[in-house]
Each structure stands twice: as C-alpha cells, then as structure tokens.
Write a protein that binds this ligand. Structure first.
Ligand code: GTP
Length: 677
C-alpha cells in the first residue's frame, strides 16, 4: 500500500493531474475573487448611492414638511387679531378657529409684541397665559432674523416634554414685531418625523434612521426614549456622527454615504431646519447578495476545479498510456528480463524517441550479456583446467579460485570462496609482511613476483611462486589476481645445484672455485684488516693408498683428512678441496705465525691419522703425510692468482724438503722452512 502511494506520489501522470488541478483551482479561485470583488464594489456603490438617495429623500421630505408647516403658520398668521391681542376673547376665538393648524402642531402659541406667550391651544384646549418668552433663543432668533425660524429641540417649559417650535412673526405698519404665531411639536409624537425614522416593516428593516439637530442631538428616532440624547452615544451612529463633527458638522442637502467599519452610513442635511439625517445599516445585510454569492461561487469554483482535475487526470491517463507501457518495458531491463518479445510502444515524439533509445540499450545489453556469458565459459574452463593456482582476492578474502588452487592448498573450491587470505600464510607476521609488500608494489604501479612459504589446509608447508596484479591497475579495491605455482621441488633442486657448484661432492668442503671467490673477497676487503693467511696442503704418497687399497679407501681417507682440516680451522675459516689430494685453508685475520702453528699441527695430525681398512681378509692401516705451504696475505698481494701461486710455491718447497713439513712463502728470501729455523 505504502509502495503504491509512493509510486503515485512520484508518478508523472498524477503530478501532471495535480498540477492541472492546482492551476484550475487557482484560476477559478482568482476569477471568483476578481468577479466577486467587482460585484461587491458595484453592489456597494449601488447601495451607497441608494442610501445617499434615501437620506437626501428624507431630508427633502422633511424640508417639504417644514415648508408646508411654515405655509400653514403664515396663512394662519394673517388671521391673528394683531390689534386686539389685549382682548382674550379675540385671541381665544382666533385659536379656536385654527383647526387645521392645531391638527398639524401639538400646540399653537400666540406671543404679543412684548414677546409674552399670551394664549395657547393644546390638546383641544385653548387658554390664556402670560409667559415671558423673550429670553428664549428661538424668539430672539425670530426677532433678529425677522422671519420664521425653527427652534432647537428642547424640553417644553409648559408641557415638560421634548419638543421643538416653529415661529412666524407678524409686523405692524412700522415694521415692528406685533405678534408671533408659534407652532410646537412634541418629539415623541410629532407627525413630522415619525414616518421617516420608523422602519417600514418594523424590526426587519436593517436600516436605522435618525434625525439630529446641528449639534447632534436626536430629534427623531425609532425609539422615543432616545429623543434629545446625543446621537454619538448610539452605537449605530457613533462613528458617523464623530466623523460628521470632525468635518465641521455640515448641513448640506446633498447627501453622502460611505462604509465605516462594518456599517454603511449615509448623511444628508435638512437646511430648512438645520437638521441632519443619518442612516446606518450593517454592510453585510445590505450587501447580502454578494456575500451569499461569494459562498456559492466558491462552491461552484471548487466543483469546477475538482471536475476539471478529474477530467484532466482521465485525459492524462489516456495520453500517457504509452508512457506506462514504456515504463513497464524499461523495468524489464533492470530485471534483466530480455527474453520477452513484448512490443515496444509505437508512438511518435518524445515517447517514440525514448522507446528507440531503450531498444538500443536493450540490444547493447543483450550483446554484452552474450559476450560476458562466453567470457564466463572461457573463464570457467581456465579456472578448471589451469595447471597453476589462480585466485581473485578482494578486501582480504578469496572471491574466486581455480580448481588447481584448491588442490594445491587441500581445500574444496567452494570452501575457499569467501575464505580470508591470511589462512594460507604460516603466521600473522608473514601475512602482514606479504600484504605490506603487495600494497607497496601495487601502489608503485608494479606487479608482484616472489617466492613464499605457504601453508596448506592440513598445516603442511610448501614453497610457492606468487605472481599478482591488481584487476584494475591503481585500484586495489577492485581486487587482485594471483597465480600460485608450487616450486618446492624446483627450489630444492636449485639449492642443490647451487651447493654443488660451490662444494666438493666427496668431502663436502668448498671447491676450488668457491675458495678462490672467498679469497678474492678477502683481498677486496683487506684495506685495514688484520693480515690473513692461506695454506696449501698436498698429501704425501696418496697415490700409494689408491694403488694399494683401492680408490674407495682413498676416498674415505680423503674424507678423514677433510675432517682433520675442518677441526683444525676456526668456524669462520674456509677449508677447501682444490684438487685430487690437494686442500687449501683460508685463515681469516690470522697472523702468519699462528698459521704456521696450525699448519704444523695439521701435519702432525695427518701423519698420525691411520685409516683402518679391510681389504679382503686382511686389515690394513692406511696413512698419508701432508706437505703444507703457507702464504701471509699482506698488502703486497693484490690478486688471487698471486696468492695461490705463492702458496703453491711454498707447498712445493715443503715437498722438496722431504714432505710432511711446512714452508712459508717469503717474497725476498723465497720460501723458508720454519721448522728448520
Ligand atoms: N681415491 C681417489 N684418488 C684420487 C682422487 N683424485 C685424485 N686421486 C689420485 O690421487 C693421486 C695424486 O697423485 P700424486 O700427488 O701424484 O701422488 P702422490 O702419491 O701423492 O705423490 P706425492 O705428492 O709426490 O707424494 C693420483 O693417483 C690420483 O689418481 C679421488 O677423488 N679419489
């Protein structure tokens, strides 16, 4: 399952489908956002315009109402009995007659020239009063402006309720104020504003409308308890009132609307009354259409994106089917499954090219595999039949060995595979030195060829010639190939030949050639060394032994003489048989006098030696003598030949002196018989 998911995550088809899905989703989302934004902007503009129109309309209606009331006041004012204001009956009769005016206003007052309220008609009752109103602002404004004014809303001194009044001054012939007709309206019940601020459909109208005076004091509100309160304390209008005040409390009939926070607010002035109409409603409610549309659009967009993604996935699957085919076919290459004759996908373009490349690779791999199979067969034949041991080693282990290798070391071929290489070395130290040597040689770019003693499975040892080279020159990690040849016999034979070349077979002493070599070495290294001595020993009357007792007796006696000479010389001296019955001794670092004493001793021991020899029935005692010539090897001798010649001469002198004696070579005086001295 996890593998399947991993495959899907890496699949080109799935990635393409996902990418397309993301693109479609992003495009749809962007389109939805842009369209919605445009719609919202248009819708908001329309709502703002509508609200401006509503606010302006309310302002205009208010103005029209005020103008209408002013007209009514003006019409009624023409009937005010200005000349009989001191006659209560006339005044009350006037107020009684003003049925229309009293239906339009909650109360109607008549003020005289003193600016005293002298009569009032209120709630169907007309009565005379005498209230000094000269201090009232609306009276002062009327006098000052000499025209009709509307008061600021305030609490009535007569009724104690919030109200405002509208004045209409009357002038005498001299142009002085003769009377003022005043209409009052209660804010809680006035017919002037209620229709405008009360919601048309009660609580369902999302728009709140208020009317304030030019200081923001509420003169109309759907809730009568808000009358006369500051509009800024109503949460719906706090922001717009604050902004309106910040702009200088303008009272313009031309309205304005804007979005403030979550609300859409509109403002329009009522110039005739110095009032302002405020409207406020939650933007979400007014723009409900676009908001709901946004959600709908998101759902539709999502559905379109999903459907588009699925369609693209299906299209991808169809289009990329040859790719899947190619993928399956290519996977066979990894699994080395060349046998299938399955067709490659026939397609143009990139897939076709890829298929052709894979076919080419397949052909190459098939050819290489055939070649390697053939090579393997040959290799197996070599490993089975090679007369030498062949081993491939890598990282200290045998990876492949020939049959002869296994036989050579006494293992089964299979047993050796993977075996550590150190098992064929007689010791760990031997293995370490071998590895060191091979590493250094290979590092220097060379190949190994040396003889080593190795150990078999049964712990027996043998000598082998090892020839080794890295499989890949310069990279020993790729392994090394070794050829092992058993050279135990040839090595023994070679050692034998070497010994024979330098020794006398009969006595085991070194031969003349070896003696001369050692004498030459002595002469070469003589510079500061102590003098050495050489002696020539020629047996006396040896021929008689041969002639009398046979060659075998002579041979045996020669061996005995060799033994006497060896035991007379020191370990580092050289005792040689240089001819039939001739011997020579090189006494290294030996003074001539010592040499003479040794020679004398040899003469005596040879002379005294008797060989017990059975010849037929009789037993014989065979003996010989020895004539010895000595030469002191000093700086005057530079060649082997000169030393041998001098020793020979001295020996000859000893013979001439009667045999069985010693003579020392003296250059100036010639040989002298020490014994004779
Ligand atoms: N048995 C034996 N005899 C040998 C061998 N080599 C040489 N001879 C004999 O040694 C003898 C040496 O001859 P000479 O030195 O002339 O005989 P000699 O009797 O010692 O004479 P003088 O030296 O004059 O005393 C010869 O008879 C050789 O045949 C050998 O390997 N074995």
């Amino acid at each position: 399952m996890i593998d399947r998911l991993r495959y899907l995550a890496g699949s080109l088809k799935v990635r393409l489908a996902l990418a397309s899905f993301v693109l479609i989703a992003a495009s749809v989302a962007l389109t939805v956002v842009l369209v919605l934004r445009a719609m919202e902007q248009r819708s908001q503009r329309a709502v703002l315009d509508s609200e401006i129109a509503n606010a302006e309309r309310i302002g205009l209606v208010l103005s029209a109402k005020i103008v209408s009331l002013q007209r009514s006041l003006r019409a009624a004012s023409e009937q005010v009995p200005v000349d009989r204001l001191d006659k209560p009956a006339a005044v009350t009769a006037f107020l009684d007659d003003q049925k229309v005016l009293r239906s339009q206003f909650d109360s109607v007052f008549v003020a005289d020239a003193r600016l005293h309220l002298i009569a009032v008609a209120e709630e169907g009752d007309v009565r005379m009063t005498d209230i000094d109103a000269s201090d009232r602002a609306y009276i002062r404004r009327t006098v000052r402006a000499r025209r009709s004014v509307i008061s600021q809303p305030g609490v009535s001194r007569t009724s104690g309720t919030p109200m405002f009044v509208m004045t209409m001054p009357l002038f005498d012939r001299d142009g002085r104020i003769a009377a003022i007709l005043i209409g009052g309206m209660k804010l809680s019940t006035n017919a002037l504003l209620n229709d405008l601020t009360r919601p048309a459909t009660d609580d369902h109208d999302p728009v709140s409308t208020i009317v304030t005076d030019n200081e923001g004091k509420i003169v109309s509100h759907r809730d009568p308890s808000w009358m006369m309160k500051n509009a800024a304390s109503d949460a719906h209008f706090a922001a717009v009132v604050a902004r309106w005040k910040a702009e200088g409390s303008p009272i313009e009939p031309q309205g304005s609307a804007r979005r403030l926070g979550d609300d859409i607010v509109a403002v329009a002035g009522v110039p005739d009354a110095d009032w302002v109409v405020f409207r406020s409603a939650p933007a979400e409610l007014l723009l409900g259409g676009p908001s709901a549309g946004r959600l709908q659009a998101i759902w539709i967009g999502s559905a379109v994106a999903v459907a588009g993604g699925l369609i693209i996935l299906l299209v991808m699957l169809a289009l990329l089917r040859p790719l899947r085919h190619l993928e399956r076919r290519a996977l066979r290459l990894i699994n080395e499954d060349f046998s299938a004759q399955e067709a490659w996908p026939q397609s143009g373009g990139e897939l076709g090219e890829l298929a052709r490349v894979f076919q080419h690779v397949l052909r190459q791999k098939t050819a290489m595999r055939a070649a390697s199979d053939e090579l393997l067969v040959k290799m197996r034949a070599v490993m089975a039949n090679a007369p030498v041991g062949i081993a491939f080693t890598r990282l200290g282990r045998f990876e492949l060995v020939s049959d002869q290798f296994a036989r050579l070391f006494g293992y089964d071929s299979a047993q050796v595979q993977g075996m550590r290489t150190h098992v064929i070395c007689p010791s760990d130290e031997s293995h370490r030195s071998f590895i060191r040597m091979a590493t250094e040689t290979f590092a220097a770019g060379g190949t190994c060829d040396e003889e080593r003693e190795l150990v078999r499975a049964d712990s027996s040892r043998f000598w082998a010639r090892l020839q080794g080279a890295p499989v890949c020159m310069g990279d020993t990690n790729a392994g090394t190939i070794w050829i092992f040849t058993d050279i135990t016999e040839s090595r023994r034979h070679r050692e034998q030949l070497s010994w024979s070349a330098s020794h006398d077979e009969l006595t085991g002493l070194v031969n003349r050639r070896e003696f001369e070599l050692r004498l030459a070495e002595e002469l070469d290294g003589r510079a500061d060394a102590e003098p050495s001595a050489a002696m020539f020993i020629d047996l006396d009357r040896f021929k008689a032994v041969n002639d009398g007792s046979g060659h075998a007796a002579g041979d045996l006696l020669l061996k005995h003489i060799a033994g006497i000479l060896l035991s007379s010389a020191r370990a580092h001296d050289t005792v040689a048989r240089i001819g039939g019955d001739e011997f020579a001794v090189l006494l290294v670092g030996c003074d001539v006098r010592v040499a003479e004493r040794i020679a004398s001793s040899i003469c005596t021991r040879v002379a005294n030696h008797q060989l017990e020899w059975e010849s037929g029935a009789e037993s014989q005692r065979l003996s010989v003598g020895a004539s010895i010539g000595i030469v002191s090897i000093d700086a005057t001798f530079t060649t082997v030949k000169a030393v041998l010649k001098a020793a020979d001469e001295a020996c000859y002198e000893a013979k001439r002196a009667g045999r069985g004696t010693v003579r020392t070579y003296r250059r100036a005086a010639g040989p002298a018989n020490l014994l004779a001295d």
